[in-house]
Design a protein around this ligand. Structure first.
Ligand SMILES: [Zn+2]
Length: 119
């Protein structure tokens, strides 16, 4: 059992149990995993994530999920997806706030928030 990464609570509720995405869109894991919601703060996370930070930072991971490890290729593939997301959020969602983009890949959405909206 692992404590919540945010508030360190040991209490959680299972919100999903089964295979998860593993690699490019449409690829599923061979093993089943549990996704849990912290009873203390509401953070939703993968329970007992078997992957290490070193793996997430590796070219192997980037190639598995994006079919490239080149940052410019990644930005080129996903840059156009960000403006509609920012439009949906509205300008006031981020104004005078600290934005945590957890699991943000190459930080494209944060980069566009900073470039397009003056705070
Ligand atoms: Zn928590």
């Amino acid at each position: 059992m692992t404590n919540c990464n945010l508030c360190e609570s040991k209490e959680y509720s299972i919100v999903y149990s089964g295979v998860i995405r593993d690699g490019v869109f449409g690829t599923e894991s061979q093993n089943k995993y549990k996704v849990v919601k912290c009873n203390g703060c509401g953070l939703v996370r993968l329970l007992n994530n078997p992957l290490t930070m070193q793996y997430y930072q590796s070219d192997e991971y980037r190639n598995a999920y994006n079919e490239t490890a080149d940052v410019n290729d990644y930005i080129g593939m996903h840059d156009d997806e960000q403006p509609p997301r920012l439009e949906k959020s509205g300008v006031n969602m981020f104004r005078n706030k600290t934005v945590l983009d957890f699991g943000c890949g190459c930080v494209i959405i944060n980069q566009q928030v900073m470039e397009n909206w003056v705070f």
